[in-house]
Design a protein around this ligand. Structure first.
Ligand SMILES: Nc1ncnc2c1ncn2[C@@H]1O[C@H](COP(=O)(O)OP(=O)(O)OP(=O)(O)O)[C@@H](O)[C@H]1O
Length: 235
C-alpha cells in the first residue's frame, strides 16, 4: 500500500462562540497517500482553506486529530509545527508574496539560505522554466512568471508536500494552465505530494484524487482513472 501523506479523523474547526459561531469544518475524515495530486473543490466558505491550514500546521482544529505520515500534527507543540513546516512543506498562495526589491534569484535565496538540503536558486528557477530570468525583479515579470518564482521558492527546499491555496486564482486561463503544468511536472519528477485548493473546477482533470467540499464537510471523493496533462485542461 502507498505510504500515507495525511490522515485525519473527525476534524472540526469552529470560529467564535454561541449564536455567532462559524463551523468551518464539521467533521472531516481523510486518508491521502503520498505522491498524489489532490484537488479540493467547493464553494466559497466551505472550509477548504481551513483544512489546508490545519494540514499545513498553520492552524489547529477545535476537535479531531490529524497526522502527517506517522506523526500526529495535533499533538505537536508550536515549535514542532514550525519545524514540520520548515522541513517538509512548501506553500503557494494566490498572491505571490515576493519581495519587490529582490530579484527572482534573491527571492528564492531567502528560502535556500535556511533550508537543510536545498537546490540552488538557479536549479529551482530552471525547474519552473525561468532560468533566463534570474536577475529580473517581480515588477519586470508577468503574473504567471511571478507565480512561477513563488513556486520555485516553495520547491527549492525539496519539500515532501506542496500546499497550494488558489494558485491560479489571479491568473488568466492560459497562464493558469502553465502554472498547473509546473505543479504536475514537479509531482512527476520529484514525487512531491501536491494539494490544490481551488474554485477552478476544471483543475480536477489533472488530479489523481478529487475531493468536493460543501458546508464544512467532504461531500464526495473520487479517483481519476485518466488524468489529463495540465496543458489539455479546458477552462
Ligand atoms: N479566522 C477566521 N475567523 C472567523 N471565521 C473564519 C476565519 N477563517 C475562516 N472563517 C470562516 O470559516 C468558513 C470557512 O472558510 P474557508 O476559508 O476555510 O473556506 P474556503 O472554502 O476556503 O473558501 P474560499 O474558497 O472563499 O477561500 C467561512 O465561513 C469563513 O468565513
Amino acid at each position: 500500500m502507498a505510504e500515507s501523506a495525511y490522515r485525519a479523523e473527525g476534524l472540526t474547526r469552529t470560529y467564535g462562540e454561541g449564536a455567532s459561531a462559524v463551523h468551518a469544518l464539521r467533521g472531516v475524515d481523510l486518508d491521502l497517500p503520498a505522491g498524489e495530486i489532490v484537488v479540493l473543490l467547493g464553494p466559497s466558505g466551505s472550509g477548504k482553506s481551513t483544512l489546508l491550514n490545519i494540514l499545513g500546521g498553520l492552524d489547529r482544529p477545535s476537535t479531531g486529530r490529524a497526522w502527517f505520515r506517522d506523526r500526529e500534527l495535533t499533538a505537536m507543540t508550536d515549535r514542532q509545527l514550525t519545524r514540520y513546516r520548515r522541513d517538509h512543506l512548501g506553500f503557494i498562495f494566490q498572491f505571490y508574496n515576493l519581495m519587490p526589491s529582490l530579484t527572482a534569484e534573491e527571492n528564492v535565496e531567502l528560502v535556500t539560505e535556511i533550508a537543510r538540503d536545498p537546490m540552488t536558486p538557479a536549479e529551482a528557477l530552471a525547474l519552473v522554466g525561468l532560468e533566463e530570468r534570474l536577475g529580473h525583479f517581480p515588477s519586470q515579470m508577468s503574473g504567471g512568471e511571478q507565480q512561477r518564482v513563488a513556486i520555485a521558492r516553495a520547491v527549492a527546499k525539496k519539500p515532501d508536500v506542496l500546499l497550494c491555496d488558489e494558485p491560479t486564482g489571479a491568473l488568466d486561463s492560459t497562464t493558469g494552465r502553465e502554472v498547473l503544468g509546473v505543479l504536475q511536472h514537479l509531482n512527476q519528477t520529484l514525487g512531491t505530494t501536491v494539494l490544490i485548493v481551488t474554485h477552478a473546477a476544471a483543475t480536477a482533470a489533472m488530479a489523481d484524487r478529487v475531493i468536493r467540499f460543501a458546508d464544512g464537510a467532504i461531500r464526495s471523493q473520487e479517483r481519476n482513472s485518466h488524468k489529463l496533462p495540465a496543458e489539455e485542461i479546458e477552462w
